[in-house]
Design a protein around this ligand. Structure first.
Ligand code: ZN
Length: 122
């Protein structure tokens, strides 16, 4: 198979199926993406783009710039509705760099520091 052709096909499949978090449908059309290293299954079998897969997204796709890999970074499951400093300590990539940042940034510890800041007393 021509490398450019398979690369273009992967980009088209990713553009057609990736959601805003980089999750893909797990079906026959996405099997080649796993083989090519553009997608990887989480332990629960959900299929997500890898960093190289995300690089194939258009420059406007929200998943392209996530500094978080659903495929490899530890994350809470399901995403919590309310969080504490202990949640941030347990899943720092998710809460500091990842999809949980907005919630962590708008949640305060008992000392009135945002959970994304370093509270000297927590
Ligand atoms: Zn605190």
């Amino acid at each position: 198979m021509n490398t450019n052709t398979s690369h273009d096909q992967a980009a088209r499949t990713i553009a057609a199926t990736a959601d805003r978090h980089g999750r893909l449908a797990d079906n026959a059309s996405t099997v080649p993406l796993v083989r090519q290293g553009f997608a990887r299954h989480r332990p629960d079998r959900a299929l997500y783009l890898t960093l190289s897969g995300r690089a194939l997204l258009s420059e406007h796709h929200p998943a392209r710039y996530q500094n978080f890999s659903w495929a490899t970074d530890p994350h809470p499951d399901p995403a919590p509705a309310r969080i504490t400093q202990a949640d941030v300590d347990r899943y720092p990539a998710y809460h500091i760099c990842g999809p949980g940042r907005a919630l962590a940034n708008s949640t305060y510890c008992t000392h009135q520091y945002r959970l994304t800041d370093s509270c000297p007393r927590c």
